[in-house]
Each structure stands twice: as C-alpha cells, then as structure tokens.
Design a protein around this ligand. Structure first.
Ligand code: PEP
Length: 253
C-alpha cells in the first residue's frame, strides 16, 4: 500500500520563535485527527531542525525533513550540511532536486544523482522533485523532460533503493505562483511517471512508490488533487506556513 503524505517545505521563511509557534499550533490541531495512514513531513530551515525535532518526536505521524544536503560524506565545504549531520539531528527525509535549487544554485543531473545516493546511504528518504517550466510545457516537451530527469537522476538506483524514494511532481510554473495544475494535468503526468517506473522496475514496485503533487496546493484545491488515482499526497510550500491551511490540507488527505 502506498503511503499518503503531506509535506511542508518552509523554504527560507520563519525565525526560531515563529517556527516553534507554527509547530505547536499544527500539532495541537492535528492531534487525534491524522489517520494512521497519513504521514506529515515538515521541512524547516537547517537551523530549526533540532528544536522542531524536539517538538515532534513524540507526535505520531510527524516526520522531520531537511531542504537540502551536500553530496560529499564530509569535508572542507564551508556552510554545507552532510547527510550524517541531518540524520544525527533526527531527520528522516530530505528534499532533493527542488526547482529552486536547480534554478538558483545550478543543481544538475549528476549532482542530484549523487545527493540521492548520499541520502540513501545514510537512511534518509529523498523527496525527489521533478517538473517542467512553463516554456517546456508550452513547447510540448513536458513528458520528454520528465523522462529525462528520471532517467538521468534516479534510474541509476537499484530496485531496493528506488522503492524508498518519494517522487514529487512539481510543475515549476505552479510553484509559488498561485497557479495550480488542474487535477487532470497533474494526474496525466503522475500516470506517466508511474508508467516509466513500471517499465524500468516493474509494476509492483511502481505501484508502491508514493508520488506527490506540488505547486500552489491549498485547502481549496487539495481534495480534487488527492482524488486522482496516482496522486498520493502533496509537497506544499506557501500554505504549509499557516497552521490552519496546512491542517485543512492534511485533513483532505
Ligand atoms: C514548493 O516549494 O515545493 C511548493 C510547491 O511551493 P508552493 O506550494 O508555494 O507552490
């Protein structure tokens, strides 16, 4: 059975006090209402990981996620954070390949493949993001781009490895823009991703990988997206910063 997941990517928002207040509100709103089948994953900034870990460690259904990691085991990389460091402060998940990392930090195929290896080597579950820009969509190249990202960045993994990965389809044109892919547009790409996974690793494995949609998910559109056959949850940016909105999205799942 595929896991149902609602993940919140806080990006570079919230100071320490704001982050802790958000988590207190969230956990008190969600206590006793999160079905056992749903995982709630929080991705605060690196500097808040320790304190948020303390807050959620005894909250069933809550998991801690980093927004990035370095591809080396350790070394003289000033300002960077390794997989083992993340593991040591309670992270279970890490976001890799977010479009903002690709766009602003020039992260490309080989680097993202290496980051994924590093995460898996340290028992961190990658939430691996893929998705097309508006230009790519308008050129009719969405499917070839998705295929290329999967092939170059994830398909070097063995079946044992890829079955641990969560894949997030995030059309870049829908991230932080208020424009959401329609449920039909999102489902079409999710079905395509599942088909590619099936061709490479077999139907059983493909059917067990959780695929998340990301791109302006909010309380008003979550239910329709979650109703789609191949959408197992969401990676949420803006709406994850408001306890009320994020709780509504979790309830919709
Ligand atoms: C994201 O950052 O992954 C994201 C989907 O952001 P938003 O929900 O704000 O579009």
């Amino acid at each position: 059975m595929r896991k149902k997941i609602v993940a919140g990517n806080w990006k570079m928002y919230l100071n320490a006090e704001e982050a802790q207040t958000l988590v207190s509100e969230l956990t008190s709103r969600c206590r006793n209402i999160i079905p056992a089948s749903v995982e709630v994953i929080l991705a605060p900034s690196f500097v808040h990981l320790c304190s948020i870990h303390q807050q959620i460690q005894n909250e069933p259904g809550f998991f801690l996620c980093a927004q990035n990691l370095h591809e080396a085991i350790q070394g003289a990389y000033t300002g960077e954070v390794s997989a083992s460091m993340l593991k040591s402060v309670g992270c279970t998940h890490v976001i890799i390949g977010h479009s903002e990392r690709r766009q602003y930090f020039g992260e490309k195929d080989a680097l993202l493949a290496n980051k994924t290896n590093q995460a898996l080597n340290h028992n961190l579950i990658p939430i691996f993001c893929i998705g097309e820009t508006l230009e790519t969509r308008e050129a009719g190249d969405t499917f070839s781009l998705i295929k290329n990202q999967l092939t170059e960045e994830l398909f070097h993994l063995s079946a044992e490895e890829i079955k641990l990965v969560i894949i997030a389809y995030e059309p870049v044109w829908a991230i932080g823009t208020g424009k959401t892919a329609s449920p039909e547009q999102a489902q079409e790409v999710h079905a395509f991703i599942r088909e590619l996974l099936s061709e490479k690793y077999g139907a059983d494995l493909s059917n067990n990988i959780s695929l998340l949609y990301g791109g302006s998910v909010n309380p008003g559109n979550a239910q329709a997206l979650f109703a789609c056959k191949d959408i197992d949850g969401a990676l949420v940016g803006g709406a994850s910063l408001k306890a009320t909105d994020f709780t509504e999205i979790i309830k919709a799942r």
